[in-house]
Write a protein that binds this ligand. Structure first.
Ligand code: FES
Length: 114
């Protein structure tokens, strides 16, 4: 299936993202954690797959976001948990950057999982 360009919506500006500091946004009613790390921007579902906890309140390290409650961490590229107690992956959403510099738009599509 080809990506529908109109499915991408602006989450924030690139300059709004601090390295390794997740930013929570709501896109079409979907809570999303946007993370800038290791020279890339990732977007994942902001709720842990183990319980109703906001992942954007956790820490980012080695391209993973950690759930602060019980310590499972999720790969920002695949959504897969590192280990228990979470066993299910979280959705990962495709990201596009439009423009240049800090004012560039970070676009996320929550209608498709990458
Ligand atoms: S709520 Fe996230 S690991 Fe338990």
């Amino acid at each position: 299936m080809t990506a529908d360009a109109s499915a991408y919506v602006k989450a924030c500006a690139l300059g709004d993202l601090e390295e390794d500091t997740p930013k929570r946004v709501e896109l079409g009613g979907v809570p999303v954690a946007v993370v800038r790390t290791e020279g890339e921007v990732f977007a994942v579902h902001d709720i842990c797959s183990h319980a109703n906890v906001s992942l954007s309140e956790g820490e980012v390290e080695d391209c993973r976001i950690e759930c602060w409650l019980h310590g499972s961490s999720f790969d920002l590229r695949t959504g897969k948990p590192s280990g228990l107690p979470a066993t299910r992956p979280i959705p990962v959403f495709p990201v596009k950057i439009e423009g240049d510099g800090p004012g560039a738009a970070v676009l996320v599509s929550v209608t498709q999982e990458s």
